[in-house]
Design a protein around this ligand. Structure first.
Ligand code: PHE
Length: 378
């Protein structure tokens, strides 16, 4: 059995401390090599070096560390710890390699192992893959349907002026939607004229105006985005929700184009057996206006609790663009002449569609950030 002499520490200069510990490390490495990977020898090596009672490390603590003057203790301690970590790691490796060798089972592990290599046969740590939020997924799906019909995609600001959100869309000054009961407004705007006051957009329709101001007809665009209303949160209401707006302007655009486009989009979204029907409605910026209903996707139109036994579910608002809306952009884009062009617009709530598609009963879940809910979409 090799008998390592622990050298004497002559002085405490950094140089001799380094020398002292390096030579001990070299002795250990030499002894380990002499074990030839034989389990019994490695066990003896372990007892000889890290044995609690008489191991070399223990005697270094007793004879060198404890007796050293206070001012060099930390320099000694750092080097001692490095040595100890080296020996502990080397022993752990040597004994697992020894097991592999003694069972006659050699693998890359034994062959490639050095004191500080990694074990490439261990399973890696897989980073969790993120997925789209159900709202984003639904929004992308809707947008994709219109992209395939030749629509482009636009966006606009969430903090909007009264002008774009209401005035240019033909909302009269006293329209109830303008009330702070319905609309979240930015504070300290009173000094501005009404049209310049900032608010959180209540729908994506202001982007119709912004798009037409920038671009002459023809236009085919969908606008996905977040909107805000001063609504108390409950299972079906959230002060934040999402819409996809659509705008198509060209020569000879008719109400049947609107019907055909939305009927196709609903069939793409909910399946080809879904039917649509259009009911007269009112929006200040479309004339005529309609609410679109689809046959209930839960009961196929027979009537159930989800459709309140009517067989139909109301899903979106739409209509032919009111000529007064074209008038508000003609100063910037004379091409929007209602005598020459016409168009339709629509707006749908993404949250309701997502809730229907994925069977979500509480809109709040979409905004809670609760991983137990979100993980179900992975
Ligand atoms: N902006 C309307 C809403 O939020 C929806 C709509 C859009 C209606 C476009 C007609 C045309 O209720």
């Amino acid at each position: 059995m090799p008998n390592t002499e622990i050298p004497k520490l002559e002085d405490y200069s950094p140089r001799s401390l380094d020398h002292f510990f390096l030579s001990i490390k070299a002795s250990y490495d030499k002894e380990e090599a002499q074990c030839g990977g034989i389990p019994e020898k490695i066990e003896e090596l372990r007892i000889r070096w890290v044995g609690r009672k008489q191991g070399h490390l223990k005697s270094i603590v007793e004879t060198c560390l404890k007796t050293a003057p206070a001012e060099v203790k930390s320099a000694l301690g750092v080097r001692f710890n490095q040595l100890k970590v080296h020996i502990d790691q080397a022993l752990a490796m040597a004994s697992s390699d020894a097991t592999i060798l003694s069972t006659g089972y050699t693998t890359v592990r034994a062959a490639s192992r050095t004191a500080d290599s990694i074990d490439i046969t261990l399973p890696g740590i897989r980073p969790g893959l993120g997925v789209e939020h159900p709202l984003v997924r639904t929004m992308n799906e809707i947008v994709g349907i219109f992209q395939r019909m030749g629509y482009s995609v636009g966006v606009g600001p969430e903090v909007e002026t009264d002008y774009y959100n209401f005035e240019a869309l033909n909302f009269p000054p006293d329209h109830p939607a303008r009330d702070t009961q319905d609309t979240l407004v930015v504070a300290k705007q009173e000094h501005k004229s009404l049209r310049d006051r900032l608010l959180l957009r209540t729908h994506t329709s202001p982007v119709q105006i912004r798009t037409m101001e920038r671009q002459p007809p023809p236009i085919r665009i969908v606008i996905p985005g977040k909107v805000h209303r001063n609504d108390a949160a409950d299972a079906t209401h959230s002060p934040i929700f999402h819409q996809v707006e659509g705008l198509c302007v060209d020569e000879n655009i008719t109400f049947s184009d609107l019907k055909g486009t939305l009927d196709h989009a609903m069939k793409e979204l909910f399946g080809s057996s879904v039917k649509t029907r259009f009911f007269p409605s009112f929006f200040p910026f479309t004339e005529p206006s309609a609410d679109v209903q689809i046959s209930c996707i839960f009961c196929g139109g027979k009537g159930c609790r989800k459709c309140k036994h009517s067989g139909w579910i109301e899903l979106l608002g739409c209509g032919m663009v009111d000529p007064v809306v074209f008038d508000s952009v003609r100063g910037k884009q004379p091409g929007y002449d209602p005598k020459k062009i016409s168009g339709f617009a629509f707006g749908m709530g993404v949250d309701r569609i997502a809730m229907m598609k994925y069977g979500i009963s509480d809109i709040g879940l979409l905004y809670s950030g609760d991983m137990r809910f979100l993980e179900q979409f992975a």
